[in-house]
Every structure is written in C-alpha cells, then in structure tokens.
Design a binder for this molecule. Structure first.
Ligand SMILES: [Fe+2]
Ligand SMILES: [Fe+2]
Length: 640
C-alpha cells in the first residue's frame, strides 16, 4: 500500500556510485525515498504523486544548466523546494547567487553531509505541509464567515415566515451538504387556563424525495420522546451518526414512517436548537444525511447508506452560528406577522361593521375582498393570455386586499335611513298618509259639512291611497302610473273654513315620482358621495410605502372605462387593474349576494349577463369579466 504522504527527494544527473549508496542509506534512515534521474527530463522514475521534498543535482554547474533544470521540475518546485548543486571545482561559478540554489556539495559525499541536506529537506517539507493546512483552515473560516454574512443578509430581508424558514433550511443544507432537513417552530398555545409550548413542524426539504405536497403542520410536544423535542427541551445540539442505531439508553426514538413511505433511509443527523438573544429556544433545525459528495444524488436506501457521512463538529459549529441568525429572524418575522394580522383584523372588522348597518350589504366588503383575491391568485397562476405576464407580489396582493376591505368605508357618512331605504315613502310618511285618509273619510261620511272634497266615496279615496302605497314599493313607475300620480297630485281637499290641501306633501310627491328604484337624484348623489368619503378617510391614514395605493384603489371602485364613473370620471388609461377588478366584483357581489325585501337574489347567469353587457358598453373591463367567469370565481359563494 502506498504511504499517505510520501516524502521523497530526486537526484538528477550522473551521481557516482559511492554517493548513491550514501544518499540511499541516509534517506532510508530518515524514512524518505529517493529517485535517481540521469536526465533531468526523465520523469519515468518519479513517484506517482506529490511534489518532491527537494533535489540533489549532479548536472554540470552552469547558470544555463540550472535554469534548464528548474524549468523541467514539477509545479511547486523552485524557490520553495531545496535544491543542492554538486560542484567539481572549489569556486562557485559567478551568477549563482541570483538562482534559487540552497547549497553546494562535493563528491565523495559523506554521510554527515547527506544527512544535513536530506534532513533539511524533510523538515522544510513538514513545515510547508503544516503551513498549507493552516492556509486551508484560514480559507475555510473565511468562506464560512462570508457564507454567514450572505445568509444573515438574506434572512434579514425576508418578511414572510414560510419563505424565511425555507430559506434558512436551503442555505444551511447547502453549506453542510445535507440531503434533507426540517424546521420546527415553537408556539405558545392555550391549554385550559394556562399556556403551553409545543413545536410545530413547519417545513421539510429533501433532495432525494419528490415531495409535491406541502409539509403538514404537525404539532409535536416538547418532551424527550422525539429527537426534536429532546433538543428543544435540552437547548443543546445533538449529533447522531445513524438514527437506526440509537443507543438503547437514550430517551428519544426515531420513527421510520417517512423512510418506509418514500423508500428513503435517514442515517446521519444534526439537530440544533434555534435560540434567540435571551437564549430561549424559538425553533429546532434538523439536518439529515450529510452527503459525501454534495453534488451527488442519493439513490436507493442502500446507496444512501453508503454515500452518507456523519456530520462533523465543525458542521455543528457552523449550523449553530446560522441558528442564532435564524432565531432572531424568525422572532422578527413572527412579530411582523402578528402586527400584520392585528392590522388586517382591525381593517376587516371595520369594513364588516360598516356593512352591518344595512342587513342587505352585511358581509359585502369581505366577500368582495375574497372574490378579488381569488382573481389575483388565478392571474398569478396564469402563464399565457392577457394576464400571463402579470404577477402580483405578496405586497401588492396585500395592498389590494386591504383596499377591497375598505372600498365602502365612506358609507359611514351616509345616513342609515338612506342605506336601508326599501320604498319611496318612509313608514312615518305612510302612517301620516293613513291618518289624513281617515280624516278625509270622516268628512266624506259627514257628507261634506262645509268641506270641499274631490272624492265622492270612501272607496274612491281607499283606491287612491292603495295606489300610493303600491307605487311606493314598486321598483319602476310606468307612464300610466305617472299620469295617475299627476292627476292625484292635482286633487285638493279643503276642510270647512280651512285652506286647500293635497293628500301628500311636495317632498312625498317628489319621492313618489321616482321612475326607477326608490332614490331621488339628491339621495343617489349622497350615496355616491361615499367614494369621495372613502378617499377622504383613507388619505388620512399614514400608510407604509407598500400600502400607499390603498386610497386610490379603494375610492375608484365606481369608475367606468368610458369615463362615466364617479367620483373622478377617470379615463380608461388612469384606471388600474386593481380598480377594474374591484369594479367587476363589487357589482357582481351586490347583484348575487342575498334576497332583498323588495327584490329576490339575482340568478348567477343573469348577473353574468349584466357584467357582460356592461363590458360590451365599455364600462367594465371585458378581459377581467371573462377571466372572472372562465375561472369559475363567480361561483365562489353562490353555486347554480
Ligand atoms: Fe361602493
Ligand atoms: Fe361595494
């Protein structure tokens, strides 16, 4: 078998027989080898590997000869490698000082001289190799430091927990060459009146197993039954060379369930607690199967067994360092997430509270937001067509979601009576009308008694009152209805000694004359002013840079592509995609939401027809409408 590090010297040129014997004996005594070469270009006798410890040259001592000799030496030769030159004369030829020659010698060579030269070569060689390993060690530390800085930088810029955990795991696995790994995050959960800690299995990666499904978030108690629980409990890393051969004395065990299911073989394992600045464990990082060759794919369980090495203590040190970064980042992201959840909860409850003022619109804004988010997800999944190149980032999606929650917040300034108005005349007006009718009926039954009455009988009056009641509820007033109403308005009655009066007040006549719906122009303007109020309210909030478009998106949900919308009658080019989507889902939700007292819930097909006709008239975006329908998002809450 070859020696691990072979120390040898090369003798070039015609060494006398006696010198050869002395050299051989000396070199052997120093546990080295020697290789004689008559010709400097002859490499046939050189040992298979390694750079020689030095050279003894019996070549004629001339400047040209020595330069020629150096040019043929292996890489690494030259000034670093001792070179002793044989001299025939007493004088050293001129110009030798400029060449990397360590010393000169004469024949016959004595054992003392040979020992001096070979010993010097051996010592220098050992020093060089120590120096080399130190340089390698420094280079490794530098590399690890740079990797840590790079990982720390990327971890500090990540805002979402799932992405952060995936990043921590992939970066760590990459550095130590682990085939697989998982991260568990500690969470506080209520347990009766108390709070308890447990680990939640959050993310798993495995280069050898194709895991298409996302890892299930399985809760694991912090006890010493499992390896991750044990590490979280103890707060110290755990190195295991083979999890199938655990010591019988350890409290934890390893389940082979995953291996059996995916035909895998988990062998070496490094489990490290992720500790925050206060030294508390916020999670556990587990690495599996350190690959002997990081580029290699581990194959069958048998191949895995062979191609996997134990994790080293230097791996442990490195992962511990990453663990500190990771723990701080996890806590930061969790805090960020909590603030964000609180904020979102606040916004959605505010929206829900406003919608609650009218039982018909209850839940409207939340459903609008859900339709909008479903549409955005579908757009993000699209790879071709008009939406193929559009991708909503997490931040843009969040901004849109909040804008959808808040789009009708301006309704807070619209009187509740108007929001819930279900007929032209209010209940109070109808009661007053009824009383006036009873009064007139009394006069009719007294046969006039000095009063001037346009109704000849109680029946005639009852018919007119019933007519007023019916048009008060109707959604549409036809031409003959308008005629009868005008005739009725002209009817005046005058009690004895009193002034002529009409059955209804001027304001009531105005209400009753509404041809479509039950709102007057003034009332409609007041309701429409909610878009301006939405903007006024939302621009007062100091949004972050990522949410700054919320007032614009939310307040323009009634803009139309043909410029007929409100509040700003925006041109098509100024209506962004979010506003277009919001316009479509807002109308659709209002149409199909729920039964109203005076009109039943609209069938989905009819609502889609309306969206399409609005798109055809260039009021709604046809692309958005068709995509909304094609992806089935319109059936999110209502199925037919
Ligand atoms: Fe609105
Ligand atoms: Fe709305």
């Amino acid at each position: 078998m070859e020696k691990e590090s072979l120390l040898y010297i090369i003798v070039v040129g015609p060494a006398p027989k006696a010198d050869r014997s002395v050299i051989e004996a000396t070199v052997r005594a120093l546990d080295m080898e020697v290789c004689f070469r008559d010709d400097i270009h002859d490499t046939a006798l050189a040992p298979a590997r390694g750079t020689p410890a030095g050279y003894l040259s019996y070549l004629p001592c001339s400047r040209a000869g020595i330069v020629d000799a150096f040019s043929s030496f292996p890489v690494g030769a030259g000034q670093d490698i001792p070179f002793y030159q044989h001299l025939d004369e007493k004088e050293i030829p001129p110009g030798m000082a400029a060449l990397p020659v360590s010393g000169f010698f004469h024949s016959p060579l004595t054992a003392v001289q040979a020992h001096g030269m070979a010993g010097c070569m051996a010592r220098l060689s050992i020093l060089l190799s120590q120096n080399h390993s130190l340089v390698k060690e420094v280079a490794r530390y530098r590399k690890e430091r740079n990797q840590l800085i790079a990982i720390g930088t990327s971890l500090s810029s990540e805002k979402y927990l799932d992405k952060l955990l995936a990043l921590i795991l992939s970066e760590t696995r990459d550095v130590v060459g682990a085939d697989a790994g998982s991260i568990y995050v500690r969470e506080h959960v209520p347990s009766g009146d108390l709070w308890t800690n447990r680990l939640l299995f959050k993310v798993a990666q495995n280069d050898s197993v194709n895991m298409t499904e996302k890892a299930k978030e399985i809760p694991i108690p912090i006890t010493d039954n499992t390896i991750s629980g044990y590490v979280a409990l103890m707060g110290e890393p755990l190195l295991i060379d083979d999890v199938y051969k655990l010591d019988t004395l350890v409290p934890y065990s390893w389940s082979k369930g995953f291996d059996k299911r995916f035909n895998y073989r988990t062998k070496s394992m490094l489990t490290v607690p992720l500790k925050n600045m206060a030294g508390e464990v916020v999670g556990v990082l587990q690495l599996m199967n350190k690959k002997k060759d990081p580029r290699q794919k581990l194959g069958s369980p048998a191949a895995i067994s062979q191609n996997v090495a134990p994790f080293s203590h230097s791996d442990e040190d490195f992962v511990r360092s990453i663990g500190s970064f990771a723990a701080v980042s996890i806590e930061r992201v969790q805090l960020y997430q909590e603030i964000e959840d609180i904020f979102e909860g606040f916004l959605s409850s505010s929206a829900a509270a406003i919608d609650e003022r009218d039982r018909v619109t209850s839940g409207h804004s939340l459903r609008v937001a859900e339709y909008a988010m479903a549409l955005v997800d579908a757009i993000n999944a699209e790879t071709e067509g008009p939406f193929g190149s559009i991708n909503f980032s997490e931040e843009r999606k969040r901004q849109f979601k909040f804008a959808a929650y808040l789009h009708d917040i301006g309704k807070i300034g619209v009187p509740e009576a108007l929001l819930t108005k279900e007929s032209k005349l209010s209940d109070a007006s109808l009661v007053a009308l009824e009383s006036r009718g009873d009064y007139i009926k009394t006069m009719i039954s007294w046969k006039g008694a000095g009063a001037d009455l346009p109704w000849k009988s109680v029946q005639e009056l009852d018919d007119d009152v019933a007519f007023i009641r019916s048009i008060s509820k109707a959604g549409f007033l036809p031409d003959d209805g308008v005629k009868r109403l005008e005739a009725l308005r002209a009817k005046r009655f005058r009690p004895a000694g009193g002034e002529p009066r009409a059955l209804c007040s001027d304001a009531e006549w105005e209400q009753l004359s509404i041809r479509k719906g039950n709102l007057t122009d003034k009332e409609r303007d007041l309701i429409n002013s909610h878009a301006v109020a939405t903007r006024r309210i939302l621009t007062k909030i100091p949004w972050t840079r990522e949410l700054r478009e919320i007032p614009y998106i939310a307040s323009h949900h009634h803009e139309k592509l043909d410029g007929s919308g409100y509040p700003d009658r925006l041109k098509e080019s100024d209506i962004n995609l979010e506003c277009r989507i919001l316009a479509v889902v807002d109308i659709y939700e209002a149409l199909v939401s729920q039964d109203r007292p005076y009109k039943p819930r609209m069938p989905v097909a009819k609502a889609v027809e309306i969206l399409r006709s609005e798109a055809k008239a260039r009021r709604l975006d046809a692309g958005v409408v068709e995509f909304f329908v094609a992806k089935g998002i319109h059936q999110l809450f209502v199925k037919e």
